[in-house]
Design a protein. Sequence first.
Lengths: 516, 106
Amino acid sequence: MDSLLKKASIIITPTAHNVGSINAIKPIQTIGVELGDDSTITNAGNAVMTKISNLNYNATSDGTQTSSIRPRLGFNNTIVGSKYKISIKATNKSGTILFKLFNGSSYVISGNDLSSDIDFIFTAQSTSTVNFNFDGREVFNVDLEISLKQIINADLDFERATSGSVVGTAQREKADGVLEQVAENVPRIDYTGGVAHWLIEPQSRNLITYSEDFLNSNWQHNSALNITANATTSPNGAINATRVEYSGSGSRLGVDIALTSGNSYTLSFYAKNNGGTANLNVRVDGQSLPLQPYTITDDFERYEFTFTATATATSEIRLFTSTTGIDAFIWGAQLEELSYATSYIPTSAQTVTREKDSFGLNTTLDTSLIDSTEGTFYVEMAALDDNQINRIVSLSEGNNNNTIRVRFEESVSNKIRIDIKTQSGQSSIYSTTSYDILNFSKIGVRFKTNDCACFVNGTELTASSGGSTGDTYPANTLTKIESSRGGGSLPFEGKIKCIAVFKEGLTDAELTCLTT
Amino acid sequence: MIYKKYSFDSEAQAIGLINALGTFEEEGKVYPSHIHTVVKLGFLTTNVADEDNPPIFSDKYSVDVLWRGLEVDEEENAIFPEGWQEYEVTGLSNYKHNFFGLTYEE
């Protein structure tokens, strides 16, 4: 599989990132606009270059010139430190041609006779003009078609307007298991389970205020319960976990929250036994819900309880109730209006919202990275919950026309669905419910005229509509990678270990290997 | 990005303005198509409730919004979508909701 991934033109894994970007480990490089027609010619004597049309020139000399660098064509719009690709095709050649390319500091091509086309990448240096020139002391004539384009490094733009929490660390070299807070627009690499992945979560709000301050009057408890703040190290590495202790019976700790009938909520909090009773119960007062038992251990663990409110009412959410002989540490209480717990959102006097994570390519892919008429799109991803809503990663035109969507689909449990949708109307749909979407699945999609295929975890899927034949994508239409269906809607929520794009349609054997 | 707080006369009024920000339909379901972050806070409590004092809810429906990519006028003031500005809340001495890592400032 590793050798297969080396064939990819784009690979994105949970490694390189920065504020506002997820970087490809094979740098995504796209080609900028044409700069070759913005140039200045410098001639000397009969060593003359003439512009014929935008990118077409003639260079000639009768050999009477004494300069070895005339005639010269300097480019007006290069930037020091930027990378450029120069292409030169020479025709109607005669005489002795000695071509040189100057990068602003030194000659990076020298004495070339232009016997074959030049496609050369260089970095502009210093502040002198990037130029090419000929040895005017020689007798020659040549027609030139030139092109100069900047090579632009591109990344996935990453957005989350708020801070976020993650297990592990935002620093790529560490995986310490500590829950850390990362700033806005910093992608989160989650080490839960020991293997890193990008954590892409939906917007969520912690409805519990004073989520770490159990001494606050917001929290209600039996008067005998001893509550000691800052008693031990919490999951975020600070000494800010709270000890709750009472040897007698009837201990409880809860907070009032307004709930809406029919809505799903998930309560989560961290707890660790300190020698007291291990068997506790969560209770949601005022709702027709059974006690939800849990067992705490000698290590901090996060306990999660999902329920559907049966009444629209203010209910006391009790982290433990009717407990005898409690002695435990607690930290980080959270109630979300979701069917699963997302990463911890600390609160004080206000409820707090974390914005959704999203990413999208900050430029347009070109044919050097993907030939839209043929290629392979690969994603290794897992869901955060089998909550049966659409969550999509796409390779698209940036809209809903030409797009390859890899999704966890709504309405059906554990459904992975792949759409190969073209503007001309062809839409092939592949799907499977054979896998637990909470585990990572490897999904490979080959798109090629009359030869499309989709593999999930080593097994080829049969199309439920469309199929391997039919339309393919027009050239230069699959130009965007996004955590949505294309255009920003139906955002992805989940975990991603890898996204890769191949210029070629991998064979069935290669796709089997890649996705196994 | 601009953080604003709003207080509407009814939930329906708030939902109407939120939907007017943009939606699209796919396979029979309606999804937002705008890029703003909207938090429906609902009818907030106006007292500190406890076992003896039940919560009293405001008759106003609260919404917080992180606005993104708004166009600006000639004086570089953001142009908010139509209908929102008259419901903006200002002069808050305290408030009930925040965004993670952000500080609300009027």
